[in-house]
Every structure is written in structure tokens, then in C-alpha cells.
Design a binder for this molecule. Sequence first.
Ligand code: GLA
Length: 714
Amino acid sequence: MADITYDTSSRCWILQMEASSYCFGLSEDASSLKHIYWGPYIASAVAVEMARTQVPLKRPFASSEGAIREEYAPWGRMRFSEPSLKVEYADGTRVIEWVFEEHGVEQSKESQTLWLRFRDRAYPLIVTLYYRIYDGHDVIERWGQLENTGGSGPVTIRQALSADWQLPVRKRYRLTYLHGRWGKETQVAETLLGPGKIVLESRQGMTSHQFNPWVALDPDACATDESGEVWSAALAWSGTWKIVIETTSYGEVHFVGGVNDFDFRYWLGEGTRLVLPAFVGLYSKEGFGGVSRRWHAYELEHVFPEPPEAVRPVLYNSWEATAFSVNERNQMELAEKAAGLGVEVFVVDDGWFGARDNDYTGLGDWTVNPEKFPRGLNPLIARVNALGMRFGLWIEPEMVNPDSDLYRAHPDWVYHFHQRSRTQERNQLVLNLAREDVQAWVFATLDGLLSEHNIEFIKWDMNRYFSEPGWPDEAGRNPERVWLDHVRNLYRIIDELRCRHPHVAFESCAGGGGRVDLGILSRVEQVWPSDNTDALDRLRIQEGFSYAYAPRVMMCWVTDCPNFVTKRTVPLRYRFHVAMAGALGIGGDLSRWTQQEMEEARGFIAIYKRTRSVIQNGLLYRLRSPRAGSVAATQYVARDGSEIVLFVWGHSQQFGETQVTLSLLGLEEEARYTDAVSGTTYSDVFLAHHGLPVSLVGDFDSHMIHLVRAAPSR
Ligand code: GLA
């Protein structure tokens, strides 16, 4: 049971979670919060003892606030490490001096939320810090709220991060993070920390392909996938963000994160509040695998909009088959074929609207193209439904092509500066979603589209980063708030659409995996991790993805060969086995698939449907990393232990090594497992300690093994 207590004698708060504890206390003069403990579970009495025995640090060239390890540091006094909060008051005062006022704990059925309120001694700024923990989990959600109670004009916020995480002092930490670019998202990178700062950030207006807002730190680089202490954190924010990991000159490591302060300025008007996004942290002593499983469990239970046991349907998307040349006839043909395979959602991608014959025109004109669909979309939707599938549609609502009716009518609706060019990327510009009129128009357009058609799935795309983030009409009135307001209004639109159309599922796509984070994942059913569907490349993209996010939300398509990104050709079976490791989709041109390929595909989809609840919602073990050699393997265990799915992929055969033996993890003691295909039965000891031999012959061979737990052996 999650539990939060306050010890009055030592003035410390203790957060007790499933297998970890967290503790911090109030300084003598109530002007700062000092971090005390974050790690494996300890009794509360031990935490109190730690709080009592902490000696106040005194350091030359620093004030007392600058010397202690603060939970949240408002810039001021002699604090020189990365602060959490920096504001400017209307009279020009630029530092904060706050005092603690009050705290409380709010209980809900499965969580506890601690809040602590601070007030500036002289100005009308109230800062409330929040810590939320959940029964059965080791995550702590941290965020803050800033409030201008009025009387002294607006408060200008220059930097407002969500939390400062302090790590225990160890010799040296290793940082593991996810980096990439278009077509190469969520690549696992690591570096040993030395004195100074590492900044991971997005200045792109969205989460970005370059870095994903997720980090993991382990002391002395000794954690493996299944052992060792790891601290991890992730931001629930889909706009510009930053995480700064800093090693002080005393060797202490802390990291702060939240909305990026680059080019940032937010006027907090009198009587208004600003709620900051959550920066969520967790601790595990079971290595990176333990960290991932904890993230997945938390996401399934408390982040994703669907219940933990829900499964994502098998999807077909026509983008790689028909690109912009969609029409009623070719989509109906593809739909027939897709239905024959067992597909459950049929998605028409780009090209169905306006004058959208290529990527130069039409974005913004969300009316059905009369040449491609003379009868509108409804006859196609009716056919798709009659075939037993749901209908899905691609949109990119935050964007406009200059060659569109929308832009011709509203050239001011895009971000721009006076006297500056409007940089185009993919021939498009970004709509200023911070504007109320644009927000209202986007909502009304999509609401209309969903009301007039039986659409049950939306792929929400965003195919460029921000540039010239100006809003000339707002000059002198805080145009820089677009960084925040774009995302808040995007969230608002999706939330409202979900409310009005509860049967519609959403996918977040941004030229592939440019918008994958806990913020968007709390309001979409799935995400598109990358436009790169090459099965070999995907193994690495999917591996990095799995560090932070559960397989259920990871949409993976089987597409045609040679692959359009890599020109590589690999067997259909290998492509299926890679795509079945997440939420399965088909993206190939089914009109060109042979009878034999269709047969094979039907078989894979049927097996996938039988096993997908284990894959999408089970416990994930990365047995072999695709970064480590020519064989990769991932194992999934059903949460009730009753089934196991194992994927093994051999990418390049060398030295005649045609067999790999894999020790399985997460097995139940004294259980026996039966191979669902061959009927062979194995003991847990055999599978765990001897290992399961798997033969891999030639290049791009792969296997899926499905084991079902039998009665316990004696
Ligand atoms: C982006 C997406 C693709 C596809 C195209 C359509 O690149 O990532 O999947 O939807 O847009 O233009």
C-alpha cells in the first residue's frame, strides 16, 4: 500500500511505495526542502533517523540553500546549480524568497497525493509542489503549480521545471537515454557522467525525434538488464522540454526537467495559475528490465486511456500501398484483402481531402476530395464496416500548406514574425494553436468530421518542427507562451474530441516517433514509433522504445520489400515476427501480395490474436539486445504467469552458428510449460537454467515460441 507520512519531530515526509522509499525534509528556517533518501524500501523509522542525523552542509562560496540538495530550487541567494524556478516580478525583482506554509495529503482509491505550499515572503506568488504515489507501484509523479494571487501585477516566469531529482552519492553514475532522428528514433545511448551538465532537450515545439524525455541512471555503470540499481524518470509533456543532468563539484548528481526555458517567458496574470507537467520518477533494483516493467505497469494502469487488460486491434494502413493516390475503388479493394487476412481496423492515410495529390497542396482543407471519393467517404466506411472492420482516417490538423484554401483565407493563422520568411518544411507551415480562433476551428472541423462519419480511429500526424514561433498580434503581450499553449490546446482538443466521440481511438504520429511521451500517451491509444519499417532497423527502434513504453502502444507494420528506407529485403516471416512484438499492423500493398503470402499472413495474424494480450500487456524481458550481436530475443510473460511468448530473430548468419540457447526469465517455480505448436513440455528449471535451444539458419531467420503453463510438476 502506498503511504505518505509526515514526521513532526524531524519535519520530514516519507513516501512508502511497493519496493522503494522516498524521503525529504524541511530546513530549519522553513525556506527550503532538502532531499534525504530515494532507494530500496526502508522502514519509516530509518528514514526519520536519516533525517535527524543529516548535518547541515556548509560550503564556501554558497549560501545554505545553495549547499543543500534541494527538492525544488527557486533561483535566488547563492544557488548556482541548475534551478527549478526563476521568475521576475513586476517591479524588476528577479529572485524568489519563499517560506513553507502548509501541506496535506489527498487520498484516492489507489493513490495518495502530497502537496506542499510555499509563499514568496513579499510578492503574491504561491508555489505548490505535488508528489503522487500509487498502490503497487514505485513511481512518483511530481509536478508544481504556480499561482499569482494578485496585487503586484503579472509575474513573469522565465523557468519553471517540474521537479529536481537527487540521487544518492556514489562514485560515478552512468546515464542511459534515448536519442535519434527521423527513421532512427529511440536509440539507446549511454555515457558516464563527469563534472558538469548534460542537457537533453527539444526546442522543436514537440517531443522530437532527437531525444525522448526519458532517462535512467545507474551507479558505477554496473546495472545489467536484470540486475542492479537504476533510477529513471520521464516527462509527461509533448512540447519543448529539457532535462539537465548535473554532477556538482562535490560529486553529487541531480537532474531537473520540465518545459524548456529556451525562448520562454510566461506572464502569470493576477489571479491566474499555471500547472506544470509531471516529471515522473521510479527506482528499481532489478536493472533496466525491472525499470521497463515498472514503467509499463504504471502506464497500463495509470497513464493509458484504455484499461490495463485492453488489447489493440490488428490494423491495416494504406499509406505505403497507395500514398496520395487514394480513391474509393483502390481503398475498397485493399479493404477486401485486409478483411480476408483478419485485420480489424482499416485506415485510409494521407490524400483523401482537399486538393491533396502530393505534399505541396491541401493540408488544412479537411473536406473529402470529390474526384477521389465522389460519393464521399461514407460508402467506403459502410463497406469497411460490412467487412467486419472499423474505419480509421489520417489527419494532420496542426498544419497547413500555403497552397490551400485555409491559408489563402487566414495567412495570419500560422506562426510567423514580421519581416521574416516563413520557413517551409515538407511544404507546410505550423498553425498557431495558441490562438483561440484556430483552436476553435480545429476542434469544430474535426468534430464535424467525426460526427458525419462512422470513424473509429484517427491517426493524428504532425510532420514538421516549429520555426519562427512568432505571434505578431500579441506583440508586447507575451507571444512566447505559444510554446506552452500550443501543447495545452492540443491536449484540450484531443480531450474534448474523446469526450464527444468516446468510440474513437487515437494514434499519435509525428513523421514517425516525433511525439511519443507520457503526456500524449495519456490521451491516445497508440503511437507510431518510426516511419522506418525495415524489420532489422525496427528491432533497435523497438528495443529503445521498450525501455520506456509498453509494447501495447507501439504500432508496428509489416511492409513491402525492398524497404523504402533501407532498400533491404527480408522474409515475410521475419517482418511479421518483428511487427508482432508490439501492436501489429499491415502496411504493405496487399494488391501485390501473392496467394502464398496472403496465406502466410493470415496464419501470423491468427497466432498474433491468440497471443497478443501477453505481448501487449505482459511482463517484458529483453533476453538479447539487437545491439549486442547477430541474435536478438524478447520474452513476454502473461501477468498471471499462464503463458509465455518468445521472439528470436537471427539477422546475419556467421561461422555456421545455427543454434542459440536462451535462458528464460520470470518463470514460476516448479511449473511446466508446453510448446503450443510442438506439444513439447519443459520444466521451469530446464527453461531457466539449461535454456531453450532455438535453431536459426541463414540470414533473417526468426521464431515465435508460445509456451503455455501446465499443471505444476512434483
Ligand atoms: C508521415 C507519417 C506517415 C504517413 C505520411 C503521410 O510521414 O509518418 O506514416 O502518414 O506522413 O503524408
